[in-house]
Every structure is written in structure tokens, then in C-alpha cells.
Design a protein around this ligand. Sequence first.
Ligand SMILES: NC(=O)c1ccc[n+]([C@@H]2O[C@H](COP(=O)([O-])OP(=O)(O)OC[C@H]3O[C@@H](n4cnc5c(N)ncnc54)[C@H](O)[C@@H]3O)[C@@H](O)[C@H]2O)c1
Length: 273
Amino acid sequence: MFGAGYIGLVTGACLAELGHQVVLRDITPEKIRMLHAGEVPIFEPGLGDLLAANKERLSFTIDAAEAVRDADVVYVCVDTPPTASGDADLSRVWAVVDSLKGVSSERLAVLVMKSTVPVGTGDRVRAAMDEAGLANVGYAANPEFTAEGKAVHTFLHPDRVVIGAAEAEAARLVTALHEGVDGPVEVMEVADAEMVKLASNALLATKISFINEIATVCEATGADVEAVAKAVGMDHRLGPHFLKAGLGYGGSCFPKDSRALRVMARPELTRRS
Ligand SMILES: NC(=O)c1ccc[n+]([C@@H]2O[C@H](COP(=O)([O-])OP(=O)(O)OC[C@H]3O[C@@H](n4cnc5c(N)ncnc54)[C@H](O)[C@@H]3O)[C@@H](O)[C@H]2O)c1
């Protein structure tokens, strides 16, 4: 697991809970020191218990070679913050591919992208892997849909697990890793999986913004937005979730992922002649 941040820690702890041997690698020595000491660098309900219960199957390191030595699968869980233009900064993803050069073992069968990345990144990573001497390693996208505060439960009981794979063997391996997870697995092409993540967050952000706009009209017209949202949400085609008027959307993912989608949807790319 490259990246022992929020997503890497939850994913690593949950995969260990499913019975897998997991090595978490981070470039921040303080995080690795804390994990060695049995401390949890972030607050997430249930995570501390899960790390403690599975400590025999978990190890922590800052050394890329040590992390990869016995790995069948390498997960990329590094941060992909927005650049000034709104596009995702993939420099940490490229750093992971670089760090695999020369340390990759015979066992390594697939590199899995958990980080949120623009559509088309899989092709670029595939080319970079080929150039780095990792042509024999498969590639898969396995985006994360979790919400902070419910991440452990969401991992083990997801609405769906999305796996985009370039090769059938990569799809099979990543599907097998999720054996024991209580939710359906959807296997698709890499670009489809990359887009599912961005489209899902864009739709959730749209629902939040939409009900806030309706709240403004309610206020101007004397309607009660809570009564309106409740009855709107009872329509099964619309659903009750994300229809709570209040502050606009925020957090670490919605603003960055919708800006990244907007960059991809710019007219010069999507205009049909
Ligand atoms: N946090 C969420 O709720 C959430 C939800 C869905 C998807 N995501 C996506 O998951 C990805 C990770 O997000 P996060 O919240 O865990 O970020 P984070 O900042 O909490 O963690 C990233 C970690 O990666 C480490 N790192 C950076 N470069 C590294 C390298 N070369 N090798 C090893 N470790 C390295 C950092 O030190 C950090 O600890 C992002 O792409 C994010 O968009 C996050």
C-alpha cells in the first residue's frame, strides 16, 4: 500500500481484516513511527480497533523496496491534489511508479490505482510502467467512494466495488482481493472506472447544490424546503440522500473532483464537429 494516509490506512486495515498480508509504505517517517508505536495518525471510527486486531498481518515502512519485496499487488493511495488549473496533480503517482523501478519483484502481478485520477491516467501510467521495465505487471483502477466517518463500514459493506482492468488477470486478482466484502463487484474498462468516480462525486455535488437553490426559492416564496425535500426524496427515481439544504458542498473530494471533471469536459475536448 503506497500511501498510509486516510485512504491507504483504511484500505490496508480492511484488506488485513479480510485476511491479506499488508505492508503500508509512506514517505512521512512520523506516520510510520506512529504506526509502529500502535498509534493511529488520523481519526476514523473503528480504524484503531481494526489495526490492532490485525497487527500480525500489517507492517509499516518508509522503504519502497521492502514494501514491494513480497507483494503480489501494489496499491497506489497517494494524494492527488488539484493544481491551479483544477487538474489533478499526479506527481506523487509518478513518484510511486519511479520508486518501483528496479525494486519490483518477480511476484508483483498488478498495480492498482486507488487514488482519484483524471480519465485517461490509466493509459499514461501503463506507458510509464512499460518504460520503467514493468511491462509484465498488470494495471487496474479501483476508485474509492468512501465518506469520512464511515470509511471502515463502507469498505466492508460497499454499495459497489468498481474495478477497471486492462487485463483479465488483473481483474481476477483485484476481484479476489475483495472476497469477503459484502457488496457487488463491477468489472469494467480502466477509463470507465476512472469516470465512475468523477461522475459519482459530480452527481452528489449537484444534488447538494440543487437543493440549496431550491431552498433559496422556497425562502422567497414561503415554501418549507425540509417538507419539500422529504417528499421529493420519496420518489424512488430521485432518492432521499443528499437533499438536505444547508451549507454548500465542501470537504476534500467534491470541490477537487468536480473541478477535475470540468477540466476534462472543456469545450475544445468535448465539442463534436
Ligand atoms: N479522503 C477521502 O475521503 C477520499 C475519498 C475517496 C478518494 N480519495 C482519494 O484517495 C487518494 C488519497 O487520499 P487521502 O485522503 O488518503 O490522502 P492523504 O493526504 O491522507 O494521504 C496520502 C498519503 O500518501 C503519502 N505519499 C505521498 N507520496 C508517496 C509515495 N511516493 N509513496 C508512499 N506514500 C506517499 C503521503 O505522505 C500521505 O500520507 C486521493 O487521490 C484522494 O482524492 C480520498
